[in-house]
Structures are given as C-alpha cells and as structure tokens.
Design a protein around this ligand. Structure first.
Ligand code: FEO
Length: 170
C-alpha cells in the first residue's frame, strides 16, 4: 500500500510517459515524412522506451495493491519548421519529465516512503541519460546537420539505434 499522494502522482506520471511516447511518435512521423529515416528510427525507439516507462509505473502501482487510473492522452500540437526543432523540443520535454520525477521523489522522501524512493532511483538515473542523449543530438546536429553530406551521415548513424527493454525489472 502507498500513500494516496504517491499513488496520485504516479497515476499522473503514467499519463506523462504516454504523452512522451505520443510526442516521440509524432517526431518519428515528422522525420520519416522528410525521408530522414535514421532520425525517425531514433525517435521510434524513444517512443518504445516511453511506453516501457509508463508500463513500469502501472506495474509498480499494481504490485503495491493500488488502483491504476488511466486518463486521456493528449496529442502533440507541436509544429516543426526546421530539422533541429524536434531535437530542441525533446530536450525541453525531458527536462520537464525530470522535474516531475524529482517531484514524486520529493513527496516520497517527505513521507519516508523508502520503497518508492528505491523504485524511482532507476528513473532518476534514466532522466540523466535522457537529457544527455537529447543534448548530444543537438550538439551533433549543430556540428554536422547544416551540410547535406553531414546530415546524411548523421542520419545513417541514428538508423543504427536498436530498441532494448528497460534494465529495471519489477
Ligand atoms: Fe520517460 Fe523520456 O522519460
């Protein structure tokens, strides 16, 4: 059993993770439509990871005999006018998700909910990686993206990203 505040925040987080999956599916569609299939692949994998995050939070609630309350997932309304914009939107979004995870952690800390803190440790680390990945993508785009050959090679590199299930097992 968890404190009602923690259950509520985790239910909200489930929606945020599904929204992240939607956002990245939208970015996948954007790049694939532009024939940047490697960029598209990178975001397709990212959307799969976000779905996994949502599932982990669902499982955590159920493992603790708490109710899962699924809510409507908003579609992304972002419009992109340049290839770099989705990358910047990704970094901005991941920073928001980091703040949200930290907020749950803070609530768990206040309630001495050590179990939830331990569960969230994986997400705290994951958010560090997510922000770094988004930052690296922007830096690489800045270095190579303005030249057609560089963009082609970067796209080829991103095509190699392969989906791997989360290392967190609960
Ligand atoms: Fe589920 Fe991109 O954090």
């Amino acid at each position: 059993m968890l404190d009602a505040k923690i259950t509520g925040l985790i239910n909200e987080q489930i929606n945020k993770e599904w929204y992240s999956a939607y956002l990245y599916l939208d970015i996948y569609s954007y790049y694939t439509d532009k024939n940047l299939n490697g960029f598209g692949n990178w975001f397709y994998v990212q959307a799969q990871e976000e779905r996994d995050h949502a599932m982990l939070f669902v499982k955590y609630l159920l493992n603790n005999d708490e109710q899962v309350a699924l809510t409507d997932v908003q579609a992304s309304t972002k419009k992109f006018a340049a290839f770099e914009e989705p990358l910047e939107a990704t970094l901005a979004h991941e920073r928001i998700v980091t703040a949200s995870i930290n907020n749950i952690y803070d609530a768990a800390y206040s309630l001495k909910d050590f179990r939830t803190m331990q569960f969230l440790d994986w997400f705290v680390k994951e958010q560090g990686e997510e922000e770094k990945n988004a930052t690296d993508l922007i830096k690489r785009f800045d270095l190579f993206g303005s030249d057609a050959k560089g963009l082609y090679l970067l796209d080829s590199e991103l095509a190699a990203r392969i989906y791997a299930p989360p290392t967190l097992v609960i």
